[in-house]
Design a protein around this ligand. Structure first.
Ligand SMILES: [Zn+2]
Length: 511
């Protein structure tokens, strides 16, 4: 596993980590133990081939002296990386500043890296680890921790991965920090585990599977150095106080927490690598599920969550005050925060200002007043009165159209849900004419339609029809408690109906 840097000159070794003593054998890598019997030179070379980790394990080493790029080697466009007032500033055509150390070949395997970072509006950048110097292009080796609060992407490409994302592996779809404000970025690699913290908040906790998943083109943990990215002329980012704490080589954290790489895990991995919005927009803190539990589950699954609170008369949140209380409890968390609007009177229950604080709003048409004036909740058997199935369906479709046309929602959820008494006749009752009424209302009002994992709706027929009409879809679970899956039905539909990034909803957080 140790990348060979045995060509390292002895004088460089001495310069890299003076002073040199015989190391404490307990700090050596497993390969290091028998070395005590070999010559001192060989011992030292082996030791420094892993970037001083044994000797310096546990000590913070500054990587930036505050006034020069000593120890750094910049590729492609050296002028894109400058030192100004104690900061490394990246701005200009693509370049990467690789940390090479005094030796020219600094190497790290397990470590903690800390940096203070500030991004300008629209900027894209990143910190690479386990990488290696290359003359030009995007670094091919190693992982990147993304820096991007408001960068939109170039041309047709829309960059969704925000600050703190482990690029292409674990995505944050909402920036946890703001432009023009300093934040701390903390990257910890211990064995098979990668943790990213932004301002002390864990936003990524990734266990790398033992074997590569999919086509083997993704990054792999190994060893290497760090790089700072100058992404493009429109991206200006500041770095200061960059330091690393090398950790011993023989940490095997994560080996007993290996993910089960089944079909869905592999599919989620591929979608994450393709900038797909791998998001469950409809997660409730119900049953025993706490926010902490939800975040832990999200980090393991690779699915970003939208945490939704039910808002309406007779629901947990029934006033503006309740909205602000809930929002405060979610402040700064790496999740979307969503309003599930309940009943048809919600529009008048809350102020526009309070509603606008959510990342998005959704509702369903499970609650309505039928043509006989009866309040109906479709999931409650006693509420449901179906005399004539066709007449019921026509009335129901009319209610759905009203919700989509008249209520200021972003996503229509639990779509095409049928009450138990007629659910077996789903395919017959959801005629093409009825489906099109729902689909066309959604398109006309720019309302996305949920693909619901819990009820396994809508049908593939509906989704294919919606796709041809330009509907945007959003994956959601609508869990009733702490036991829920990883969007299996949605992923089945993605494959069966050929859904791509272009078919998917993304909330507009710019207002
Ligand atoms: Zn719900």
């Amino acid at each position: 596993m140790i990348t060979a840097t045995l060509c390292l000159k002895f004088t460089e070794v001495m310069a890299l980590c003076p002073p040199v003593y015989l190391p404490d054998p307990s700090l050596m890598s497993t390969e290091g133990k028998p070395l005590m019997k070999r010559s001192v030179v060989l011992l030292l070379i082996t030791m420094f081939s892993v970037g001083c980790a044994p000797k310096d394990a546990g000590q913070w080493i500054p990587l930036f002296d505050g006034h020069s790029l000593a120890g750094w080697k910049v590729s492609e466009h050296p002028n894109s990386v400058r030192v100004i007032d104690g900061m490394i500033v990246v701005e200009g055509p693509r370049a990467h500043a690789f940390y090479v150390g005094d030796s020219g070949s600094a190497t790290f395997r397990n470590f903690e890296l800390q940096a203070e970072v500030m991004a300008s509006p629209g900027a894209n950048s990143g910190i690479f680890f386990h990488t290696a110097y290359q003359e030009e292009g995007w670094p091919e080796k190693g992982y990147e921790v993304q820096i991007n609060n408001t960068h939109k992407g170039d041309g047709d490409y829309r960059e969704l991965k925000k600050t703190g994302s482990l690029y292409g592996i674990r995505s944050l779809f909402k920036a946890p920090v703001k432009d023009d404000e300093w934040f701390s970025l903390h990257i910890i690699v211990r064995g098979q585990r990668v943790v990213v913290q932004v301002n002390g908040m864990t936003v990524v906790d990734y266990i790398e599977p033992e074997a590569p998943v999919g086509d083997d083109s993704g990054p792999r943990l190994s060893s290497g150095t760090f790089a700072l990215q100058a992404h493009d002329p429109g991206s200006k980012v500041f770095f200061r106080d960059i330091k690393v704490k090398p950790l011993p080589d023989d940490i095997d954290e994560g080996t007993d927490e290996q993910p089960v790489v089944d079909h869905y895990y592999a599919l989620i991995s591929r979608l994450n690598s393709q900038n797909f919005p791998m998001i469950d927009y409809h997660v409730h803190l119900k049953g025993t599920l706490t926010l902490e539990d939800a975040l832990a589950k999200s980090r393991r699954s690779g699915i970003y969550y939208g945490i939704a609170v039910n808002c309406g008369i007779g629901f947990p949140v029934n006033s503006d005050e309740g909205i602000y209380e809930f929002l405060e409890s979610m402040e700064g968390q790496p999740v979307f925060v969503a309003m599930q609007a309940e009943g048809r009177e919600w529009v008048n229950t809350f102020s526009r200002e309070a509603i606008a604080q959510f990342d998005y709003v959704f509702s369903d048409a499970l609650t309505f007043t039928d043509d006989n004036g009866k309040r109906t909740r479709l999931w409650i058997k006693e509420d449901v009165d179906v005399q004539d199935k066709q007449a019921f369906m026509d009335m129901y479709v009319d209610r759905i159209q009203s919700v989509i046309n008249d209520e200021p929602i972003d996503i229509f959820v639990n779509p095409t849900f049928l009450p138990e008494v007629i659910e077996d006749e789903y395919d017959a009752l959801w005629t093409e004419e009825r489906m099109l009424k729902v689909i066309d209302a959604a398109v006309a009002n720019q309302v996305a339609i949920e693909i619901n994992a819990r009820y396994r709706i809508p049908s593939a027929t509906f989704i294919k029809l919606g796709k041809t009409r330009g509907v945007k879809f959003a994956f959601g679970t609508n869990n009733g408690d702490e036991n829920f899956g990883n969007l299996e039905y949605c992923l089945d539909m993605l494959e069966e109906c050929g859904l791509t990034n272009e078919d998917m909803f993304i909330p507009n957080l710019d207002g």
